[in-house]
Design a protein around this ligand. Structure first.
Ligand SMILES: [Zn+2]
Length: 115
């Protein structure tokens, strides 16, 4: 069956973050592991779960903390780039980031749900 609701997936949470462009639900506040990361365009969150995204092509990228294999993540609904996913970190101290996501703070807005 087709989902007739406006957004593909919904977070069952009272405090979450949605895409700034299309308001698609992206992540639950409790998924945020760190608020002190650096994205491409400024401050970013390190997050362990993001929904309604498409993972792009994997590539090697030189980041502040060394070389990582990453893939951009794109909002499934409006195709805006919201950050990237860490696929592989070369250096041992960075390994905890594998499988996690960087979400640019400028791409998401905090929302409250009262129902
Ligand atoms: Zn969007």
């Amino acid at each position: 069956m087709m989902d007739k609701r406006k957004h593909r997936n919904y977070l069952d949470s009272q405090l979450f973050f949605s895409c700034t462009s299309c308001h698609c639900h992206l992540l639950d506040q409790t998924s945020i592991m760190s608020r002190n990361f650096q994205g491409r365009n400024g401050p970013a969150y390190l997050v362990n779960k993001v929904i309604n995204i498409t993972v792009g092509t994997r590539e090697e990228r030189m980041l502040l903390t060394g070389i990582h294999t990453v893939a951009d993540i794109i909002c499934t609904q409006c195709h805006v780039k919201i950050g990237w996913k860490y696929l592989r970190a070369l250096e041992e101290p960075q390994k905890y980031k594998e499988g996690k996501y960087i979400v640019e703070k400028s791409r998401v807005s905090k929302e409250f749900s009262w129902d």
